[in-house]
Ligand binder design. Structure first.
Ligand code: NAD
Length: 496
């Protein structure tokens, strides 16, 4: 049985004393196992990263960017192989796996512009003979903790900008699908990244807690479920670290009666069922305004029934399995809860059987209609292929529902009215908003993040916020007095 270990100081380490099994979700086969780092192993990696920081932070931004240019070319060269790694451990279809790698690479491309992004501000003559300027300096050792659902893209939201800024990095991938990040570590080394700048620590709560509490870790970037995000934010903050912790979601599509229904339904199919609904930006609720609900159901049903579910390695497949047996049981319980709570289950994915994959963690697409705000399938994040339709009488009621929901990650309005769309963008209490765009994930040169209980911390991820997060600002005020002494002053200094 292959054991995935850690990658520290440019090499794979021996296995840890504790390990966890990894399964292929499409077949249920036990495919490998991953080491779970102890506090001592995490400490060793941090010490290596701390030493590497001394030299890496002094490498010119241009030369740091050049490593990333080479890394991008290597990932492109190995794209198919990396997509296979993702599909075999996560289950998503191959094209979707490639899509997440490409979205991750866009952050690498952004980070290649670091010489420009790190530039500070300068004011000449803030006082007589005095100049003032600010610089952005690296923090030191920083750490990233990632969820299972984007094993490449989410780590790439973090480390390219962090290392481009001059920090050294400890990546803690999800213990469910760590192989792609291990490959990334090798490719960074091949691209010329000095040993110790990017390290991978695999593990569970013990490894995470060691990162959160270690005195030499300066900042924590986290993406995962909301309860864990809250824990990460409060613990790491208590230990004096800078933290950005992105949590869960419940994303609404607000469907106006004037929307182009064919386009909305096409967009909805991918947004609700792509990656088996295991996306933090998946649409899981449609608010059907006025009388649009019946027409929506009529157009959705045939598309859901013809969805091709199976092993993501098979080219024509559109939706793969869920990540684990436990997660399949959890999502199935939500479907049961929806029925118990009185929602109308129009499509029951529990009946699906995938030929020659009886042990895989498959659930077919599920569709609920007449969902109401008190139901758990509306209030809670399900993170599976379960779409809920709520009938709402008008636009203000729909907007109010979105604004009252505890999550505020993404949302989208589908309409042909510029006035409605403009009002929505202005008033909706959500961090990322689409207008006739179902999954409004910002591009790498903008920043990604939700509101309310979808994000803890002031800064979003990647883009300009990423550079701010991974640097600290220093303001310098200088004069070069010639021939006259500096006068002693006992009052607050003011510029003259
Ligand atoms: P998770 O919270 O279970 O795990 C995320 C990471 O935290 C993993 O690396 C895991 O090892 C670690 N972890 C888990 N429990 C921990 C604990 N008690 N103490 C310390 N560390 C712990 O999340 P997941 O199931 O891997 O991912 C799915 C979740 O991530 C969903 O809620 C989804 O919405 C969210 N997500 C959010 C975004 C976003 O941008 N907001 C993006 C992707 C995923």
């Amino acid at each position: 049985m292959h054991t995935i270990t850690h990658f520290v100081n440019g090499q794979h380490t021996p296995a840890s004393s504790r390990v966890q099994d990894i399964f292929d979700p499409a077949t249920g086969e036990h495919s490998s196992q991953v080491s779970l780092a102890s506090e001592a192993e995490v400490g060793e990696a941090i010490a290596i990263a701390k030493t590497a920081f001394e030299t890496w932070s002094q490498v010119t931004p241009l030369n740091r960017a050049r490593v990333l240019f080479k890394f991008k070319a290597l990932v492109e060269l190995h794209m198919d192989e990396m997509a296979q790694l993702i599909t075999r451990e996560h289950g998503k279809v191959l094209d979707d796996a490639k899509g997440e790698i490409i979205r991750g690479l866009e952050v690498v491309e952004f980070a290649c512009g670091i010489p420009h992004l790190l530039k500070g501000e300068h004011t000449q003559q803030v006082g007589g003979g005095v100049d003032s300027w600010s610089v952005n300096q690296a923090l030191g050792v920083v750490a990233g903790i990632a969820p299972f659902n984007f094993p490449v893209m989410v780590p790439m939201w973090m480390f390219p900008i962090a290392i481009a800024c001059g920090n050294t990095f400890i990546m803690k991938p999800s213990e469910k699908d760590p192989s792609a990040v291990m490959r990334i570590a090798q490719l960074l080394k091949e691209a010329g990244l000095p040993d110790g700048v990017f390290n991978v620590i695999n593990g569970d709560k013990e490894a995470v807690d060691s990162l959160l509490t270690h005195k030499d870790v300066q900042a924590i970037s986290f993406v995962g479920s909301t309860p864990v995000a809250e824990y990460i934010y409060s613990t790491a903050s208590k230990y004096g670290k800078r933290v950005q912790a992105l949590g869960g979601a419940k994303n609404h599509m607000l469907l106006m009666p004037d929307a182009d229904l064919d386009q909305a339904v096409s967009a909805l199919m991918g947004a609700a069922y792509g990656s088996a609904g295991e996306r933090c930006m998946a649409i899981s609720v449609v608010l059907a305004v006025s009388d649009v609900g019946d027409a929506l159901v009529e157009k959705l049903l045939p598309q859901i029934q013809s969805l091709k579910v199976g092993n993501g390695l098979t080219p024509e497949i559109e939706m793969g399995p869920l990540i684990s047996k436990q997660h399949l049981a959890k999502v199935t319980q939500y479907v049961e809860a929806g029925v118990q709570e009185g929602a109308a289950l129009l499509v029951d994915g529990r009946k699906l059987s995938v030929a020659s994959h009886q042990q895989g963690y498959f659930l077919g697409a599920c569709l609920f209609d007449h969902v109401t705000p008190e139901m758990s399938i509306y209030r809670e994040e399900i993170f599976g292929p379960v779409l809920a339709i709520m009938r709402v009488k008008d636009y203000p009621t729909a907007l109010e529902l979105i604004n009252q929901h505890e999550f505020g990650n993404g949302t989208a309005i589908f309409t042909q009215s510029g006035e409605a769309a403009r009002h929505f963008c202005h008033h909706v209490q959500v961090g990322m908003v689409g207008v006739n765009v179902p999954i409004p994930v910002p591009m790498a040169f903008h920043s990604f993040g939700g509101w309310k209980r979808s994000l803890f911390g002031p800064l979003h991820m990647h883009g300009p916020d990423g550079v701010r997060f991974y640097t600290k600002r220093k303001a310098i005020t200088a004069r070069w007095p010639v021939g006259k002494q500096i006068q002693t002053e006992f009052v607050m200094p003011t510029m003259k």
